[in-house]
Design a protein around this ligand. Sequence first.
Ligand SMILES: Nc1nc2c(ncn2[C@@H]2O[C@H](COP(=O)(O)OP(=O)(O)OP(=O)(O)O)[C@@H](O)[C@H]2O)c(=O)[nH]1
Ligand SMILES: [Mg+2]
Length: 226
Amino acid sequence: MEKIITENKLSIKMIGVGDAGIEVIKDFGKRHLPNVECLDMNTEWAVKTANKFVKIGVNFTKGLGAGALVEVGRQAAEEDRKAIIEAIKGCNLLIAVAGLGGGTGSGATPVVVETAKELKIPTIVFVTIPLELEGKFRNNNAQNGLEKLKSIADILFVLSNERFLSANLDWRGSFVEFYKGTDNILQSNILKVIDLFNSKAQENSIKDIFKYVEFDKSSYIDMFKN
Ligand SMILES: Nc1nc2c(ncn2[C@@H]2O[C@H](COP(=O)(O)OP(=O)(O)OP(=O)(O)O)[C@@H](O)[C@H]2O)c(=O)[nH]1
Ligand SMILES: [Mg+2]
């Protein structure tokens, strides 16, 4: 694999945005994927992993989080666009991951993807939509983020937590276990995408490879391509 990467100089950056996004990607560093650099980005600055950390809201939210407000997450990212550019520049593909519903993932992820577009970096975005029991406010936050991402991400992968729950009606575990289940699905689909890009990078342009991307067909996953 390394040979292909060296020859093609394919470099992938993966960025977890907000707490859930960071949680999903936290173990990728242990997988020895030589051409993948993992980054964590958040309005809360408690460092949780060994990945490079991108602070947003330096003069705005000052490390205290976005308090589930999308506009606050968005503005925190807008104000620190320079840090985002520094973090994501120079890669051939950006994979952004977030749980939509809070302020940071829903507000800042579209800013990251817009910034990538300005840098001409192709993007694949993986998000989840909250459970209904999380309430209207968080679900509206998620829809807000989702609508923006649909129009700008090259490929958008959407896992509906509610539909995942319905598909696993016999599930009787804790929320922690539930989220481990969704984390696993996201991780395995992210790995598939990375494998696909690494295996096809020799003969195809990054944009061409997008047409081969497919996700597990299931009742709880939607995919949007631009
Ligand atoms: N996959 C996964 N999703 C989670 C997890 N915890 C929470 N979520 C989902 O992700 C959504 C966003 O939550 P967070 O990531 O905590 O929110 P945030 O983006 O950090 O936003 P703020 O905390 O408001 O700044 C929640 O509404 C849940 O639906 C987790 O461990 N894994
Ligand atoms: Mg948070």
